[in-house]
Every structure is written in structure tokens, then in C-alpha cells.
Design a protein around this ligand. Structure first.
Ligand SMILES: C[S@@+](CC[C@H](N)C(=O)[O-])C[C@H]1O[C@@H](n2cnc3c(N)ncnc32)[C@H](O)[C@@H]1O
Length: 298
């Protein structure tokens, strides 16, 4: 990494030294990104809508049947947006709990959920030993499964804590080919990031199987015996003035957080130019490919 103002973590150090980063360095990297930018996910995700005008948080919540699923866990709850939505949509829920490894995110969640009867806990998704077997009817995970490395212990733990008749659902990145313009913006982000860290992107953040619908379905099928597993795909869009949409789009990518301010400004200018070229009546559209894994236990 040649710029002293760029984000520096064990992960970026490993990449800068052309070493293969390990799961521990990924966690430290993510913790640092979230310490510096807590709540950034909800900033973008709450503005993006699907064809039915739902946010991806609402789409995820739709798997919950309030008559059967009364104990809900939000895995990697971040700033607590999904938990607040669950509190509002499922007032009769007996248990609402959220876990996350980031203190900075949990601090936002605590503030938002104070007095709402939600249990929050700082822990890794790979170790849910605070929870007894079968203690949740719904485990939800919004935009975090793709970051978990290793992912197998996470799925093993979800399998353990999920009760009979329960549902596990996760919203994850979808196939870029489904969302017009997404691949182009992704390529621009990586072009600038690779100027800082030439090997960034050679290895995916988290387990690459979680980013491919078929591989994700196979992976989940291996962990949840006699459950119905499916992965649905969708596209969420955010529409507005070019400059604002360019900011939101860049802010969505973890990779962009490693850029020093001048690199980020140049990236932003190019993304803005991209949106200007594709805008209609001054309005730009950022399209986001999204998948929803759903595991229904008998
Ligand atoms: C993209 S954010 C999503 C946050 C929240 N679910 C949302 O959508 O608003 C990813 C979250 O996953 C958490 N996370 C990543 N890996 C984790 C792990 N192994 N265990 C617990 N939390 C993890 C991060 O701390 C971060 O809060």
C-alpha cells in the first residue's frame, strides 16, 4: 500500500505483502471498517427497493410466520435496523435477540433498541454457545453471511440453535449479471482499489460459495438435514440525483473503504460520470443484485 492515509489492517498488510490473508485478519479488517463507519450498511440498504417497493430487510422479514416463529435471532445484527423492524412487525415475539462481533455497531443497536426488550450480545457467529439447542424459531442474517470466514461453523451453529419447524434466512449479494450497471461500478471500484493493493479481490471476503446461488443452496443443504432449501434472486434499486446515487453506490462497497481520500474522490468522479451517462432526466439508478437463502426445517 503506497498511501499512508489508506486504511491499514492485518488484511491490507497481508495483501500488500502478497500473502494470502487468513480468517482472523479478515475479522480484524471488518471490525476496523465498522469501527470507522458504523451503520453504513443500513444507510444504503434502507434506501434500495425491489419491484414491490420493499427494502431487503423487509424481504428478509417476510420469511417469518409470526404464528409459528416467536423466538427470533438476528445473526450479525449490525446497527439493529432489522431487529427494530421485527419488533414493529412481530409485537408478540417472545424473544428478539441480536449478535454481532462489532462493538461499534452494537453501540448503535443498543441506542436504537433501548427499552424494546431486545437482547444484544457481542460474539462471533461461529460460536453461539450462549444459546441452547433449538432455542430460536427464526434465524435471520442480513448482508453478513458472505463475510463470515470460516462459514461452516456458522451454519453448524445455526443448525444447532434452530428449533424444529424453524426457518433460517439470509440476504446476500446476488449475481452481478442480474443488475444493470452493477458489474461496471464494481469494476471501477476494484480498478482504484487495485492501484493501492494489486491483489485485492484475488481472494473473496468470506467464503465464495455464499455469493453464488447454486453453491449457496448446496452448502446449506449439506448442513441442514431434511430441510427445504431454496435461494431466490432479486434486484433492488436506488434512484435519485446523480451525485447522491454515486455516493451511495461507492459507499456500498467494502473495497472502497481501503482507499485513501484522493483515490476515493477520483473513484467517485468516475462513478458519477458513469451515472451521468446512463441517467434519465437527471435521475440515476443504482441496481443491486440480491439473493435470499431460505431454509425451512420440518
Ligand atoms: C454489512 S454489515 C450488515 C449489518 C446488518 N446486518 C445490516 O444489514 O444492517 C455486516 C455485519 O456483520 C458483522 N460480522 C461479520 N462477520 C461476523 C462474524 N463472524 N460474527 C459476527 N458478526 C460478524 C459485522 O460486524 C457487521 O456488523
Amino acid at each position: 500500500m503506497n498511501n499512508p492515509n489508506a486504511l491499514k489492517t492485518l488484511w491490507t498488510d497481508a495483501l500488500a505483502n502478497a500473502e494470502a490473508p487468513c480468517g482472523v485478519s479478515l475479522r480484524e479488517h471488518l471490525l476496523e471498517v465498522h469501527r470507522l463507519h458504523p451503520g453504513f450498511t443500513e444507510g444504503c440498504a434502507t434506501k434500495c427497493r425491489d419491484a414491490q417497493r420493499r427494502t431487503s430487510y423487509e424481504w428478509l422479514c417476510d420469511v417469518v410466520d409470526p404464528a409459528r416463529h416467536r423466538r427470533i435471532l438476528d445473526l450479525a445484527c449490525g446497527s439493529g435496523f432489522l431487529l427494530e423492524l421485527c419488533r414493529d412487525r412481530f409485537p408478540a415475539a417472545e424473544t428478539l435477540a441480536g449478535v454481532d462481533m462489532s462493538q461499534a455497531e452494537l453501540a448503535l443497536a443498543e441506542k436504537r433498541l433501548a427499552g424494546k426488550g431486545v437482547m444484544l450480545r457481542e460474539c462471533f457467529a461461529q460460536d453461539l454457545s450462549f444459546a441452547d439447542a433449538g432455542s430460536f424459531d427464526a434465524v435471520l442474517c442480513h448482508w453478513a453471511l458472505t463475510l463470515m470466514d470460516p462459514v461452516e461453523p456458522v451454519l453448524r451453529e445455526v443448525d444447532r440453535v434452530l428449533a424444529p419447524g424453524g426457518v433460517f434466512a439470509a440476504v446476500v449479494d446476488g449475481d452481478p449479471a442480474d443488475a444493470p450497471g452493477y458489474a461496471e461500478i464494481n469494476d471501477l471500484v476494484f480498478k482504484y482499489v487495485r492501484e493501492e493493493l494489486p491483489t485485492y479481490g484475488d481472494q473473496s471476503l468470506g467464503d465464495p460459495r455464499t455469493r453464488n446461488p447454486d453453491a449457496l443452496a448446496t452448502l446449506a443443504g449439506d448442513f441442514f438435514a431434511s430441510a427445504e432449501v431454496n435461494v431466490e434472486t432479486s434486484v433492488f434499486t436506488l434512484e435519485g440525483p446523480v451525485a447522491a446515487i454515486a455516493e451511495e453506490a461507492v459507499g456500498f462497497f467494502y473495497a472502497a473503504f481501503v482507499l485513501p481520500p484522493p483515490g476515493r474522490a477520483s473513484l467517485l468522479a468516475e462513478v458519477k460520470a458513469f451515472f451521468e451517462a446512463t441517467a434519465f432526466d437527471g435521475a440515476a439508478v443504482f441496481s443491486l443484485p440480491v439473493s435470499r437463502l431460505r431454509v425451512e426445517r420440518a
